[in-house]
Ligand binder design. Structure first.
Ligand code: PLP
Length: 396
């Protein structure tokens, strides 16, 4: 049998090892001159006053929430259609994640949904730029009181925009992930941008235990300088060893987007006449095309995954809705509290999607979906399970 079509294949090669070797020849293995220069590159990319590299989106979000002094008694609004990290960081700090539903077309948080969930305790909202499209951050800013912070989960959206605005323009901070499968990657990592220099300065401390000086500052000019701790922080700084992988990718990310867009357009054209539901494009948006997801009636989703796997197509699920997972169910959340996110999460499948994918690989995926998945959908519509009527109706 031919090799399976992988879900993802990264583009890094032996050439990317040279900057790492250069770090090994230098004094700083941890956060030093390479990280500084990548931070300047990212700030420049987003025309932001500053950027901070972090060792994951998750630790970066903890540092940002700590810098905003968010903790017990505070509520933070989080859409249920996201990776669990978005909600977990709020919970880890003892604040209350207020999970909310999403727009049925784009699967993202809207200003109306966020405004409806506001209470006197709301301190922040974390919109998620799902699959590469951007949520309406400008609209959110207009709909929310000025003292409610907006932190963008831009893990899927480094190179996307909405109405000409990139992440970080209308929010207090935008946080990116450089996890292994993200559009820009160093294995594990991330970055935070903000238009608020005071907040950036606070995050620079909460990113490194709450220390007032980083390692590179402590030894500046060969003279030791004391550091102090004024606040509580996490350990979220990115070492130069990993930061060294980023400059080449950031420099070429916009040039590489058309390849992702072309792959996505090819899938969309192939499925245009079929029964799949796809996320709705945001008008005026530039999609970073991080993932390509489809939706089938929930009762046949797992059978569809098995059928694709059986013909050598690797797929994954992004995401089962946060509130449908055991941890959140144990805290009293019910699937039908947030029905749109629950239905999408129970029916979605992420197809193989990466820039170096070949036409032949993509054709195999398209063929498998049409031959294996379409008949399952047809069968489900002819003979719906008693409790499946609602989701099938909404999938039309
Ligand atoms: C990947 C991801 C995260 C977490 O990123 P890490 O860098 O792995 O911590 C958070 N939110 C979303 C939407 C993600 O896809």
């Amino acid at each position: 049998m031919t090799d399976p079509v992988p879900f993802y294949r990264h583009d890094l090669s032996a050439a990317d090892a040279a900057p790492i070797a250069a770090v090994l020849d230098s004094l700083f293995l941890t956060t030093g001159p390479v990280a500084r220069s990548v931070e300047a590159q990212i700030a420049d990319f987003f025309t932001a006053p500053g950027a901070l590299l972090v060792n994951s989106w998750t630790n970066g979000a903890l540092a940002a929430l700590l810098a905003l002094d968010i903790g017990p008694g505070d509520a933070v609004i989080v859409p249920a259609m996201t990776f669990i990290a978005t909600a977990n960081v709020v919970k880890l700090l003892g604040a209350t994640p207020v999970l909310v539903d999403v727009d049925p077309g784009t699967l993202m948080l809207t200003p109306e949904i966020a405004a409806a969930a506001l209470t006197a305790n709301t301190r922040a909202v974390i919109p998620v730029h799902l699959y590469g499209q951007m949520a309406d951050v400008k609209g959110l800013r207009a709909a929310l009181p000025p003292d409610v912070a907006i932190i963008e989960d831009a893990a899927h959206c480094f190179e996307g925009s909405r109405d000409g605005d990139a992440p970080g323009i209308h929010s207090d901070a935008a946080i990116f992930s450089f996890y292994a499968t993200k559009n820009v990657t160093c294995g594990e990592g991330g970055a935070i941008i903000s238009r608020n220099p005071d907040l950036l300065a606070r995050i620079a401390e909460t990113r490194t235990h709450g220390m007032s000086k980083t390692a590179i500052d402590r030894f500046a000019g060969n003279a030791y300088r004391h550091w102090d701790q004024a606040v509580l922080g996490v350990k979220a700084n990115l070492p130069d060893l990993l930061a060294a992988l980023l400059p080449g990718q950031i420099a070429t990310i916009r040039d590489r987007l058309p390849r992702r867009a072309a792959r996505a357009a090819r899938y969309r054209a192939a499925f245009a006449d079929g029964p799949l539901r796809l996320p709705q494009p945001v008008p005026g948006g530039v999609d970073a095309h991080h993932l390509f997801t489809i939706h089938v009636p929930p009762p046949v989703r797992d059978a569809a995954i098995d059928a694709l796997n059986a013909v050598g197509i690797q797929v994954t699920v992004n995401y089962r809705a946060v509130h449908t997972l055991s941890y959140w169910q144990a805290q009293g959340w019910r699937a039908d509290d947030l029905p749109v996110a629950a239905d999408w999460g129970d029916g979605t499948i992420s197809l193989p999607f990466f820039p170096s994918m070949t036409d032949a690989e993509q054709d195999r995926v398209i063929d498998a979906v049409r031959r294996q998945v379409y008949p399952l959908i047809d069968a489900a519509r002819c003979h719906p399970a008693p409790n499946a009527q609602l989701s099938i109706a909404s999938a039309r």
